[in-house]
Design a protein around this ligand. Structure first.
Ligand code: IPM
Ligand code: MG
Length: 360
């Protein structure tokens, strides 16, 4: 069985962290007996420099022709002055839209070993937490009508937030299914006291709740949810939210796990095709220094194995290896507590690999 994986390292620390995830995929190839055909494509600023566009046709084609995509990160100061539509970030936005990846799964787990690295007080996080953000990814304000225009009173800019019933239903279904397979608690996060889109979200989620009697549904305003996350993250199981709110809350949730460098994500479109990327950005300040945390990328590879390649056993093994490496005290600089000597990107990747090889 051959599986085609499009690899898009991108910019900044993207190539370094993706290289570690690739090591893990090579291990999985041996473990599962599945042949993995990895092909690299340019994206983001690197693609702008080479081809003039952030998502060249060849890259998009390569992704479409693959079984899944392993993505690094895009963007950097070099391209910051470009107008909106030409920015490197458009690469990932276009990929999500073109590949119809409407469901973004962002698990945030605080391992008991890492409670000391969380910025939260020990008494709040002593038991760790395990939550999943289900973020709508191809609609909302990100993709609504937008523009900037001159008016008699000066400039005016607008971005329209809109959601259709069908868009809400399909993302809500993903969240209900996820909750049913976890602890059975679903929190819809919105701003229904102000926004029409949020009110529609609530109405549809409440209707659908009747089909999932084992899932307990509650709703929470996004401002309150942002606060509850730092007050008591352990209260959450699955959070269902819109594109913009999900973007914001997932950065917040990530740092509570000790470091934004830890969080993986899967972007799915209803089938097994998916795009897998760490939620962190390109971190240009530490790029090329072997200082980035590759665990977000490695855990994204685990999600790839689970969701696109159907290799749950390999995925479990990778997640377990990460946990083991952390419990042995191994840390990259972003999550090292005072006095702990940090390892580099390569070394962290190698430690996870060695843990895998030792146990399988
Ligand atoms: C993310 C990122 C992207 C987003 C950017 C790079 C466009 O912040 O994946 O969370 O806003 O979705
Ligand atoms: Mg983000």
């Amino acid at each position: 069985m051959t599986h085609k994986i499009a690899v898009l390292p991108g910019d900044g620390v993207g190539p370094e962290v993706v290289a570690q995830a690739v090591k893990i995929l090579r291990w999985a190839e041996k473990m599962t007996g599945k042949q993995l055909l990895l092909t690299e494509y340019v994206a983001g600023g690197a693609a702008i420099d080479r081809t003039g566009t952030c998502l060249p046709e060849e890259t998009l084609r390569g992704c479409i022709d693959s079984d899944c995509v392993l993505f690094g990160s895009v963007g950097g100061p070099k391209w910051d002055a470009l107008p909106g539509r030409q920015r490197p970030e458009q690469a990932v936005l276009k990929l999500r839209k073109e590949l119809k990846l409407y469901a973004n799964l962002r698990p945030a787990i605080l391992y008991p070993e890492l409670t000391g690295s969380s910025p939260l007080k020990q008494e709040i996080v002593q038991n760790g937490f395990d939550l999943l953000i289900v973020r709508e990814l191809t609609g909302g304000i990100y993709f609504g009508e937008k523009g900037t225009e001159e008016t008699a009173e000066g400039m005016r800019a607008y971005d329209v937030e809109q959601y259709s019933e069908a868009e809400i239903r399909r993302i809500a279904r993903v969240a209900f299914e996820a909750a049913a397979g976890r602890r059975g608690q679903l929190t819809g996060v919105d701003k229904a006291n102000v926004l029409e889109t949020s009110r529609l979200f609530r109405r549809i989620v409440d209707q659908m709740a009747e089909d999932y009697p084992r899932v307990a549904v509650r709703h929470m305003y996004v401002d309150n949810a942002a606060m509850q996350l730092v007050r008591d993250p352990g209260q959450f199981d699955v959070l269902l939210t819109s594109n913009l709110f999900g973007d914001i809350l997932s950065d917040e949730a990530s740092v509570l796990t000790g470091s934004i460098g830890m969080l993986p994500s899967a972007s799915m479109g209803g089938g097994t095709f998916g795009l897998f990327e760490p939620i962190h950005g390109s971190a240009p300040d530490i790029a090329g220094q072997d200082a980035a945390n590759p665990l977000g990328s490695i855990l994204s590879a685990a999600m790839l194995l689970r969701f696109s390649l159907g290799s749950a056993r390999a995925a479990d093994a990778v997640e377990e290896a990460v946990r083991q490496v952390l419990s042995r005290g191994c840390r990259t600089a972003d999550m090292a507590e005072r006095g702990v000597v940090a390892v580099g990107t390569e070394e962290m990747g190698d430690r996870v690999l060695r843990a895998l090889e030792a146990s399988h």
